[in-house]
Design a protein around this ligand. Structure first.
Ligand SMILES: [Zn+2]
Ligand SMILES: [Zn+2]
Length: 161
């Protein structure tokens, strides 16, 4: 992630989050340390990337640390609430979760569904405010939709062939 002078203040604390243990991060976020929260946070930390809640359920099973679906959803909800986990609404009806370290946005390929992190110019929430909202805004999640490089080159190839 590139750093500009404007991003300095809030990001320094965030970058060190990576080095903390999941238990420590729960503790600092004032969340009770429970087994589901620890398992879900550790998993997202280790695997990186973006996953649906059902994929998290499956991966925990594969790792021999299975959790009921409801516990995974509850844990994700609590972690999301405190910013330890970020969600991306990549739609339609598809929500993906990832470890919440540095606030960023997403690019979603309309052809293959690939999700790519896009750094936020401002680096803090909310980075965008409309002229009017009916209350307060905590964050602005931006999804850039389009066609990824590999889908674009496939399309050119098939045209050429
Ligand atoms: Zn694509
Ligand atoms: Zn992301």
């Amino acid at each position: 992630m590139n750093k500009t002078g404007a991003q300095e203040k809030p990001l320094i604390a965030n970058q060190r989050e990576e080095e903390k243990s999941p238990g420590q991060r729960l503790h600092e976020a004032n969340l009770k340390v429970t087994r589901p929260r620890l398992l879900v946070l550790s998993l997202l930390h280790e695997i990186k990337g973006h996953y649906s809640a059902d994929e998290v359920v499956k991966m925990l099973q594969v790792r021999q640390t299975p959790l009921p679906r409801a516990s995974v959803y509850n844990a994700l909800g609590a972690l999301l609430n405190r910013g330890l986990v970020m969600s991306a609404d990549v739609g339609p009806g598809r929500v993906l979760y990832e470890e919440g370290l540095v606030w960023h946005h997403h690019f979603v390929c309309m052809d293959c569904g690939t999700v790519v992190d896009i750094s936020c110019v401002k680096g803090e929430k909310p980075c965008l405010l409309p002229e009017w909202v009916p209350g307060t805004v905590e964050e602005a999640q931006i999804i850039f939709r389009g066609h990824c490089g590999s889908c674009l080159s496939k399309a050119t190839e098939s045209k050429a062939g």
